[in-house]
Every structure is written in C-alpha cells, then in structure tokens.
Ligand binder design. Structure first.
Ligand code: FAD
Length: 462
C-alpha cells in the first residue's frame, strides 16, 4: 500500500464521492493526500464572486478533513506531478472533468504523470450520468431536451456512493500555501454570499425539501424564495446531483408535481453538460449558426457601448431588468425567470450579441457554469438547442407584472422605486413622481426595438 493523491476540483465534499473512495481503497492505511491546485488559467476568468466562493469552500472542506488539504499555486501538470513525487504516489485520483478546458488539462497532467510512471485515475463525474454517455439510437448526440430527458431516465444512474471509511487517514507530510483570503474586488464590491461548503449545501437541501410542494408554481416567482439556490453548491460539487435524486426518489415528493419538476431541472443541467461535451465550440460560437450572420450593434462605441454599460449596471430604465442586473452584482445569483428576461433584453432590445452577456454573467455569478450559462444564453438568444424561436421576444414590463405581481422583487433591488406601491414599481412612467428618486428613463423603446430585432432576424432568414 502506498499513499495516494486525491486532486480535488469541482468535488468539494466528503459524502457520495466515488473518487475519494477509490483513493482511500488504494491507500489503505497509508493515507490519502488531498490536493487543490490554484490554476491561474481558471482563477483569472472566475471573477470575484466565484473565487470567493471557491476559497470559502476550500476552507470548509479542509476543516472537515482536519485541516489536511494541501493548496498550491501553479500549472497543474507541474504541481500535481511534484506532489505525487513528494508522497511517492502511484496514482492520482480525480473526479473526471467534463468541460473543454478540464478535459484538455487532465490529458496534459496525465501525460506529465506518466513520465514518472504515475497514473491518473478518473472515477465519477459531477453529473448523475457522465456527459457523452446518453446518445440516440444511431449513436449521435441529442440536440433537443425532451428526448434527451427520456433517454437519460431510461438509462438510469448509480446510487450515491457510500460514506468514506471511518478509518480514512489523511497524509500530512507535505507543505502547502494555505487558502487565500477573499479577493479584494469581492470585498470592495460588497457582495453577499450565503454559507458555503458541504454542510451548508446539505442544510439548504434539507430545508428546501419542505418547500418542494410549492416548487412547481413558486419557482417562477422571483419575489418568493421558491427555488433551491443549490446551483453554486452543485457547481463546486459540495453536493452531488445523485444525492439529490436519491433523496427525492425516497421521499414523498417522488411522485409530486414539485418533485418531478425539480428532477427535470436537474436533468437540464445534465443536458447542457452533454451538449457542451459534444460541441465544445458552443461555449463561444453559435450552436445553430444561422444567427451568427445577423447584424448586431457594436459594443465598443456609440449606443452599443452606452447600452451595454447601462445593462451591466442595472440602469436600463426597465425595472424588472434592472432589479435582476443589480441582484447579480449584490448576490452573484439571479432568479431563472429574470435571467431569461435580462438576456432577452440584451440581445433583442439592445441588439448586442449573447456572448457579451454570457461573459458578464460568468464574471459575477456564483454558480457561473460554462455549459448551463452559455446554453441558457443561446436558448434565450434563439441560437441554442430546443429551437426556442428568435421571434419570441420577452416584454420586460409584462414579464415583471406577471412574475412579480406585487412589485416586491423590484423594490428589493431598486431603491429609487421603493416609493411606488404594488405593481406600479414596474412602470414608473405611468405615475406622477415616478422618477422623483433618481431612477433613469428608459434607454430604448421596447416596442420599437422589438420590431427592429424582428427586421434584423428576417434579413438572415431570407
Ligand atoms: P432550482 O430551480 O432550484 O433548480 C435546481 C437545479 O437545477 C439548479 O441548481 C441547477 O443546477 C439546475 N437547473 C435549473 N434550471 C436550469 C437550467 N435552465 N439550465 C441548467 N440547469 C438548471 N445555471 C447554472 O447553474 N449556472 C449558470 O451559469 C447559469 N446561467 C444561466 C444563464 C441564463 C441566461 C439562463 C436563462 C439560465 C442560466 N442558468 C444557469 C440556469 C438557471 O437559471 C439556474 O440553474 C437556476 O436559476 C439556479 O437557481 P436554483 O439553484 O435555485 O435553481
């Protein structure tokens, strides 16, 4: 028996962790060295919110493993190889990464390790069914959600893994740098995060199960606490979707509408990871290329620049849009309905390309995830899977009135509108004194821009 290395990435938990079990089984009494690499290629683009989440999650993980986590900065192929040498490991264990960067990185690390005769062992993925597994009868990937969801369900997924062995030993004879403090930009931006880490994730899941009865209706209401807010916990693997699915199946919610809808949402996450697996280019390029030829405004000058800045700052003059964009900047999370509305507004009212919005989201979201984010954007922009038509343009005012009927959501994030009662907060232009507290005028006219968007669309269709 020799010590093994468990290289953690998006799997920051102890329970239901097949790679941890594989490392522990190989090590036996010799112990497992848990390692996290601060990879500059990932930390740069992560933005302040996710970086803070990650650092807090690493601290929580280390505390739950008696402080054993070794954190080092550098190129993964150098750091992992060096640490494997220091403990004399024959294998480095990981949860397989499904994203384009992670897959390429792991191949590089595998090649570097093999130079020392050390193997990289991939066990499990961050998904209930590994991306790339569920394919059509003819072996080609699914491009539409509903048939994917049916095939995914028919395929089935493993039960959660058992708990780590009670006699699991951590290796402690290797130095690390410690987990850095929250990034300065995060502290300066005055962002708020909920509790982070595996215990917090399980606690949130437990508390949320009581609300599953109302999930089917409440999940559309940004003014209510109707969704699980588990997305960032899932992103960092603080809880595995298999755990959630098994708990659901064993609960009274297995057959309820709320339980089934929640399960479907988890399958959306699996679907988008699968789409990205087969089409890594769709992280940046149009999934359906037709719209790539459409005329968009230039974000670097004139109206395009001013519009992009107003959208990012939550100062478009459309209250529902601005509330969402300000929620993003204060909480690093936005309700799904609002994500769709603000995304539609950027692409179809401001005529800016979806990648600009996706990038801004990835900078500030705590759950920012390449597959769910970029495909959520492509879906809204009309270029993604599921043939969501471009000509379906969300009306930012009626969407607000429908899904935030009391105006509470808008007033929570837009203080300049707090003096307006009820749904008046959605249309300050209709009320005397609506602009008395400094709320900006609308930067565009929705009706006119809708027509403009449809005209630009017609030009690429013909
Ligand atoms: P719940 O309603 O409680 O759903 C449970 C879980 O199901 C979520 O945590 C998530 O993992 C998954 N899920 C729910 N809806 C979706 C969906 N439409 N697509 C994929 N998975 C889903 N989700 C992210 O995790 N990261 C992102 O970066 C992201 N960006 C998005 C960008 C746009 C433009 C849009 C329209 C959607 C995006 N989503 C993203 C999907 C969705 O908005 C979030 O997953 C959801 O709002 C997270 O809140 P929750 O955990 O309370 O969700």
């Amino acid at each position: 028996m020799t010590s093994t290395v468990l290289w953690l990435r998006r799997d920051l938990r102890l329970r239901d962790h097949p790679a941890l079990l594989a490392a522990a089984e190989e090590a036996g009494g010799s112990g497992v060295l848990p390692l996290f690499v601060l990879d500059p290629a990932l930390l740069g683009p992560a933005g302040p919110t996710r970086t803070a989440w990650l650092f807090r999650s690493l601290r929580a993980w280390s505390a739950s493993a008696d402080g054993a986590l070794v954190v080092r900065s550098g190129e993964p192929e150098d750091v992992v190889r060096q640490v494997a040498r220091e403990v004399g490991a024959e294998h480095v264990h990981v949860t397989a990464d499904a994203g384009p960067y992670g897959r390429a990185r792991d191949e590089r690390v595998e090649a570097a390790l093999s130079g020392d005769g050390v193997g990289l062992v991939r066990t499990g993925t961050p998904y209930a069914i590994g991306p790339g597994t569920v394919v059509k009868g003819d072996g080609t990937p699914f491009q539409v959600f509903t048939p994917f969801s049916k095939a995914w369900t028919a395929h089935g997924h493993p039960e959660p893994a058992t708990s780590p062995p009670a006699d699991l030993r951590w290796v402690r004879r290797v130095d690390g740098e410690g987990v850095p403090d929250d990034p300065e930009e995060f502290t300066r931006a005055d962002l708020r995060l909920p509790d982070v880490g595996e215990e917090a994730a399980l606690h949130r899941w437990e508390a949320f199960q009581d609300r599953l009865d109302d999930y089917d209706t409440d999940r559309e209401r940004p003014d209510r606490d109707g969704t699980s807010q588990l997305s960032a916990h899932l992103k960092y693997g603080e809880v595995h979707p298999r755990t959630l699915l098994a708990d659901l199946a064993a609960s009274r919610h297995s057959g309820t509408k709320g339980g089934q809808t929640f399960r479907t949402e988890l399958i959306w996450r699996e679907f988008y990871a699968d789409v990205l697996w087969h089409r890594p280019d769709s992280a940046r390029e149009y999934y359906r290329p037709q719209l790539a030829g459409m005329r968009f405004d230039d974000p670097a000058r004139g109206d395009g620049k001013a519009h992009l800045e107003a959208w990012q700052a939550g100062r478009t003059g459309y209250p529902f849009v601005d509330a969402g964009m300000r929620q993003l900047l204060t909480e690093g999370w936005v309700h799904n309905r609002v994500r769709m509305v603000v995304a539609s507004f950027l692409v179809k009212d401001l005529h800016l390309e979806w990648q600009l919005g996706a990038r801004h989201f990835m900078r500030w979201l705590r759950d920012g995830d390449l597959s769910s984010n970029n495909h959520g954007w492509q879906w809204t922009a009309g270029s993604g899977t599921d043939a969501a038509p471009f000509f379906r343009v969300f009306n930012p005012v009626s969407q607000g009135e429908k899904f935030d009927p009391s105006g509470d959501y808008v007033r929570r994030y837009v203080p300049e509108l707090r003096h307006l009662p009820g749904k008046a907060a959605h249309s300050p232009w209709d009320y005397a004194g609506g602009y008395d507290h400094g709320y900006p005028q609308r930067i565009v006219d929705h009706k006119a821009e809708r027509e403009e968007a449809l005209a630009r669309y017609a030009a690429v269709r013909s």
